[in-house]
Design a binder for this molecule. Structure first.
Ligand SMILES: CC(C)(COP(=O)(O)OP(=O)(O)OC[C@H]1O[C@@H](n2cnc3c(N)ncnc32)[C@H](O)[C@@H]1OP(=O)(O)O)[C@@H](O)C(=O)NCCC(=O)NCCS
Length: 165
């Protein structure tokens, strides 16, 4: 039987709504990926309040996830993460594209996210999808021995809406 990473590219990967039952798998990826991970309760709250929560699944295996809030004309991508053994195979890009398309379809004019300036992989992904840095939040993130700034990135969605409508 194929292992989950072998299912990549086999047509058995799908991006679908996150369910309560996915949260333990999501939290395991989260803990392995970040020094200061979200708690299980944060993911459950995101589901409860109706944020856009998606998982990239390979068969029954959760490989990555994205969480976004939408409202007042703006989408905020709050988390985007792919399990280490599934990275660099296009899943992060697929999740991001889906979130952006969903925000545009919901009528949002722009999408924002924060990223650590040291996170070159994520920054390359966002820039490749048209995001541009519009600011810096000083001391936004927890970091070992202090705080780390966050780069604020923005993507205009109106042009995307025109293109996709
Ligand atoms: C950032 C992250 C989501 C990317 O997911 P992924 O599935 O590996 O990304 P993809 O395979 O879709 O790559 C898409 C693009 O991202 C960039 N990228 C991804 N990994 C990269 C790396 N290790 N180094 C440099 N660029 C990278 C590239 O531009 C890549 O496009 P290319 O393959 O045409 O060069 C993943 O590295 C991750 O989960 N990191 C830990 C959590 C995190 O930091 N999330 C972002 C918080 S703001």
């Amino acid at each position: 039987m194929a292992t989950a990473p072998e299912l990549l590219g086999s047509g058995q990967e799908a991006v679908r709504a996150m369910r309560d039952a996915d949260v333990p798998d999501v939290v395991a990826i989260e803990r392995a990926s970040y020094q200061f991970p979200w708690s299980e309760g944060i993911f459950r709250d995101c589901l409860r309040v109706g944020y856009t929560c998606r998982v990239a699944a390979l068969g029954r295996q959760v490989a990555g996830y994205g969480v976004m809030s939408v409202g007042a004309g703006e989408a905020h991508i709050l988390n985007l993460c792919v399990g280490e053994s599934f990275r660099c195979r296009g899943l992060g890009a697929r999740l991001l594209k889906l979130l952006v398309e969903r925000a545009a379809a919901a009528g949002m004019g722009e999408a924002f996210l924060e990223v650590r300036p040291s996170n070159t992989a994520a920054i390359r992904l966002y820039l490749a999808h048209g995001f541009e840095q519009v600011g810096m939040r000083r001391g936004y993130y927890q970091a070992v021995g202090g705080r780390e700034d966050a780069a604020v990135l923005r993507l205009g969605l109106r042009a995307l809406r025109t293109r996709t409508s």
